[in-house]
Design a protein around this ligand. Structure first.
Ligand code: 2AM
Ligand code: CA
Length: 264
């Protein structure tokens, strides 16, 4: 795979921040965290990772805007480009030493996603995509799964935790999907769920109440792997609604058909 200069910048930044996150994960696993406890330690790790990404990306592409989970948005002199960054997606997993978390970097030009990267430093899986150039896991070209029968599909979802979202609705959704599929999964890192759909590991995925940085890179990843992605209405923009559903064209359609009527 010939990597563009832009993707080189993104990969370098993600690998540097990833090395640190991996070291921090080791610290948590060995319980060498400070007296203030692991949650505080993780939030520091999170902030450090975002600062590192901001430094590297803004050095390589001066003036681009930056929207990050930790730092809020920083405007740049270049109004057409914006990085959308989650320095640590899957924070709860990370805090518990579960190696399912990632750095997610998306880039928009004039509001259009043109590049995306999702990197899990725990297992060194690096997902990359550029608009019109396909999606890759390390050097391997990605394609969404081809299954068209729901009863053969493994579908992932996100679930609202304590104090968040509509728990009743999420149970109705799970019940409706559960009755139709070969397996229902919940991994806890939205960016990786999207990457898994792009890679054909998962046949589909849906989740509500996400933020742009959870989804930006993954949305492009799925499109470049030949998949379909939208909000729960089937034709709306997940970056606007915060709700996302995806799969190949057939499975996306099936999921929308089941989920959409449950909203009311
Ligand atoms: P985070 O780990 O960076 O918070 C879990 O279902 C997924 O939802 C994770 O990717 C998590 O990202 C994301 N998420 C986004 N907003 C969230 C919120 N307000 N509460 C919990 N998870 C959230
Ligand atoms: Ca996140």
């Amino acid at each position: 795979m010939l990597q563009s200069a832009l993707m080189n910048v993104m990969v370098k930044a993600a690998r540097r921040a990833g090395r640190n996150l991996k070291r921090d994960l080791g610290e948590i696993e060995n319980l060498q965290v400070s007296l203030k406890g692991p949650a505080n330690f993780v939030s520091l790790a999170d902030k450090r990772a975002e600062e590192m990404l901001y430094d590297d990306l803004s050095k390589a592409r001066p003036g681009y805007g930056f929207i990050g989970e930790e730092g809020g948005s920083r405007e740049g002199s270049d109004k057409s480009h914006t990085w959308i960054v989650d320095p640590l997606d899957g924070t709860t997993n990370f805090l518990h030493g579960i190696p399912q978390f990632a750095i997610s970097i998306g880039l928009q030009r004039e509001g259009v996603l043109i590049a995306g990267l999702i990197y899990n430093p725990a297992n060194d899986e690096l997902y990359t995509a550029e608009r019109g150039k396909g999606a890759f896991l390390n050097d391997q070209r990605l394609r969404v799964a081809g299954r068209r029968q729901m009863n053969e599909c493994v579908i992932a979802c996100g679930l609202p935790h304590i104090g968040r979202g509509d728990h009743e609705l999420s149970r109705r959704e799970m019940t409706a999907i559960q009755e139709k599929v070969a397996g229902l999964r919940r991994f806890g890192a939205a960016s990786l769920d999207l990457a898994f759909v792009a890679a054909g590991r998962l046949d589909g995925y849906w989740e509500r109440n996400l933020q742009a940085w959870d989804m930006a890179a993954g949305i492009l990843m799925i499109r470049e792997a030949g998949g379909t992605v939208s909000g729960i209405q089937g034709n709306d923009d997940p970056l606007k609604t915060g709700h996302i559903v995806c799969g190949n064209e057939a499975i996306h359609r099936e999921l929308v058909k089941i989920l959409k009527p449950l909203e009311a």
